[in-house]
Design a protein around this ligand. Structure first.
Ligand code: PMP
Length: 355
């Protein structure tokens, strides 16, 4: 007995752990600067850590009320109904729930190229085909309705990423509306705002209330510093609300994760500090790195360096872990996550030695 033919599915290969890299380089873990996964350099909110501690000895129980409490809290925060909030294990979980709710075999999904890999992975798990719309390095990955619509051919889901990973570009709300207006009634436009807190633009969530064809993804992994807990959500159109009970994996959003997310929402100072640091650091990298960089609204900066894998490897040898963008189809680029001010200054110094 074999698994089904998965040769079309690109494997997910996790990055190596910091301990392993430090051991290989013969340095202490504390000397490594890890800027490859867009994580929060300030760590989680202390209030979230406290909430986890308080509940640690009760994890024998399945998640109960905290899931509903978190849903209510998010709904209140955005002024939408609780049915419209789909809590999930990370934004990735919401991508799967939307795939389950939307896709029939042989449906098609439209994704950005370059772009976040999980849209296509999830579509393929659900027996859908993947089409791409190009974002061009030559115009700084500018996102417009025109470049999406010129590739659109009736796909069931159209993914937009704002801020976009890996470039950091944003798509204006008017362009999103133009796309939703121009696409078929059966097309759901999904706006991925995993990095939304770092951008100085409005969320597309109010559009979800006004129309029946836009959904928005959000996560606690980035600005809230809870990536390891796997907690995120989507805001879906009213008519999609009741599908949640039919598509969500029971108990996938853990009690610890829900409680930590609630505590993090009650600690706006931590988010504000995280956002401020990221905004400072992306400016600093843009100004001080000896390479062409792209304006970013996220907690990372894309840089054009010639040979991305050689630069990432040379940086690693100097104790700075950054993302080689070859797997995004950008072999000439690296993506540098924003660190603390100290880490960012030190990383730029070390990177400039290898550029
Ligand atoms: N969307 C984008 C654009 C991302 O970069 C990521 C994480 N790298 C995610 C979604 C998923 O985030 P998570 O599952 O951790 O919430």
């Amino acid at each position: 007995m074999q698994p089904r033919d998965l040769s079309d599915h690109s494997p997910y290969v996790p990055g190596r752990g910091v301990e392993e890299v430090a051991r290989e380089l013969g340095i202490d873990r504390s000397e490594l600067i890890t800027l490859s996964s867009n994580e929060n350099p300030h760590g989680p909110s202390p209030a979230a850590v406290e909430a986890i501690r308080e509940h640690a000895d009760r994890v024998n129980a399945y998640p109960k009320s905290s899931h509903a409490d978190l849903t209510d809290r998010i709904a209140e925060e955005w002024g939408v109904s609780t049915e419209q909030v789909w809590v999930s294990p990370g934004a990735d979980g919401s991508i799967d729930y939307l795939s389950r709710a939307a896709l029939e075999p042989d449906d098609r999904v439209l994704v950005p190229d370059p772009g976040f890999a999980y849209y296509a992975m999830s579509a393929r798990y659900h027996h859908a085909d993947v089409e791409t719309y190009p974002l061009s390095i030559d115009d700084g990955f500018t996102q417009t309705a025109e470049n999406v619509l010129s590739a659109y051919g009736g796909e069931r889901i159209v993914y937009l990423t704002s801020p976009h990973n890996p470039s950091g570009s944003v798509i204006p709300l008017e362009e999103i509306e133009t796309i939703a207006d121009a696409t078929a009634e059966e097309t759901l436009v999904v706006v991925d705002e995993a990095y939304g807190e770092f951008a100085a633009v409005d969320s597309a969530i109010p559009l979800v209330s006004d129309r029946d064809d836009v959904a928005v993804l959000r996560t606690f992994s980035k600005a809230y510093g809870l990536a390891g807990l796997r907690i995120g959500y989507s805001v879906v159109p009213e008519a999609w609300g009741e599908a949640y009970a039919r598509v969500n994996t029971p108990f996938a959003a853990s009690e610890l994760a829900c409680r930590a997310a609630l505590a993090a929402l009650d600690d706006p100072d931590h988010v504000a500090e995280s956002v401020e640091t990221a905004r400072w650091a992306r400016e600093y990298v843009g100004e001080e790195l000896a390479a062409e960089t792209f304006d970013s609204a996220g907690n990372f900066v894309l840089a054009r360096v010639g040979d991305g894998s050689a630069v990432a490897e040379a940086a690693r040898k100097r104790g700075v872990i950054i993302r080689d963008c070859t797997s995004f189809g950008l072999p000439g680029c690296v993506r540098i996550s924003t660190g603390t001010r100290e880490e960012t200054r030190e990383a730029v110094d070390r990177l400039n030695d290898v550029l």
